[in-house]
Structures are given as structure tokens and as C-alpha cells.
Design a binder for this molecule. Sequence first.
Ligand code: AMP
Length: 215
Amino acid sequence: MRMVLLGAPGSGKGTQAIRLARSLYIVHISTGDIFRQAIQDNTDLGRKAKEFMNQGHLVPDDIVLNIIQERLSKQDCEPGFIFDGFPRTLPQAEGLDSLLDKCVTPLHLVICLEVPSQKIIERLSARRVCQKCKQDFNLKSNPPPADLVHPGCGGRIVQRDDDLPETIKKRLEVYQRQTEPLKQYYRNKKLLVEVDGFGTVDEVFVRITNVLDSR
Ligand code: AMP
């Protein structure tokens, strides 16, 4: 299975992508995670990406596509993959098509998680994440321990720099302007299925697996 999970920041696509990858035995590829890791490791890529990310802007397409090309060449992608947070622009989607054409491995499915903007703003403002294992928490629905240390791995639980209110607003604008047009792109290719992303993690997961079962 080779699929893309589209959706606004805070639509829950990261959480769902991790679960889907586990249940389908495919790799989860999150460009956001790749950049955050590079920032933590203070690599060249990290230093470049950080400037864009902290302002809520997208990292330039050529940088993103180079990373994806390298990632797709690894053997663990052979059984399949789920992209989370990629592609985010039309040139990235076209770039992905040509990479997959070369490997004769087309996409099977693109799922877009639909969540109302107000809900997204609430979710992102309340999101906290473990710096070490990346597990998400939510101040309301899944609060972290009071000492903000993750009992599972000992990592510190923090707010992402790009989850601050002004950056959230910017990221949503960027999503609407640059990423939403991808829905039409994939609709034209008959790959798009829109799924209601409003509900519990379990409810949304069932909706997605129902789509997978029906294909
Ligand atoms: P995410 O964790 O997917 O919300 O990504 C966090 C940030 O990383 C985004 O706001 C962008 O600045 C950057 N980023 C992640 N994926 C991409 C991508 N495919 N294209 C451009 N920028 C990206």
C-alpha cells in the first residue's frame, strides 16, 4: 500500500498515520518529523528548515523533494509507505509522481482528513509533544503528567515552537492556499477520499480502515 494522508495541521493525520503504518506493516514518512529531528541534531538541513518552520512557512520544494527521493530509495519502503505532511504543494505532488514513475510504484490512495478550522485551532493550541519519542498529548483530552516528563521514555513534554498562536494562524493560511489545491489534483486522478476527521482517534481510525477495506 502506498498512500498519502492529507489534512490541515492539527487534523490528526500524524496520529492516524502512525497507527495505519503499524497495522498495514508499512513505513510512516513524516517530513515534519524528519525536519524536527534534523533541527535537534543541528545538521545543515536542520538549520535551513528551522528558519522556515518557526515562521509557519513551508520548507522549499527542492529541499523537500531531495529528502523524499533519498527516503524512498531505502529498502524499508518496498512493502509500502504512508506519507504524512507530504506533499504540501503542487510542485511536490508532481515531483512525487515523477519519482514514483521512475520506480514503477504508483500511489494507491490519498485520504484527506476534514476537520473544521475552529476545532483545529483548539487542538493545536492544546497540543504538547514528547521531545524524545514524539508521542502527542493534549492539555484537554489527553493531558501530560504534571512534571512534563514522559513516563514511557523519560523525554521532556513540550509545546512545539510552531504551535504558538501566530504561527498556527499562518500555518492554516499556508495550508488553505498551497496544500488544499492538492485535493483537486488527486480527485482528478481518482485517488482522493475525504474522511471526517472530527471525533476520537478510534472513531477516525475506523472510518479510514473502512475506506481501505472498501478498495
Ligand atoms: P508538520 O509536522 O507536518 O505539521 O510540519 C511542520 C512544519 O515542517 C511545517 O509547518 C513546514 O514548515 C515544515 N514541513 C513539513 N513538511 C513539509 C513539506 N512537505 N513541505 C514543506 N514544508 C514542510
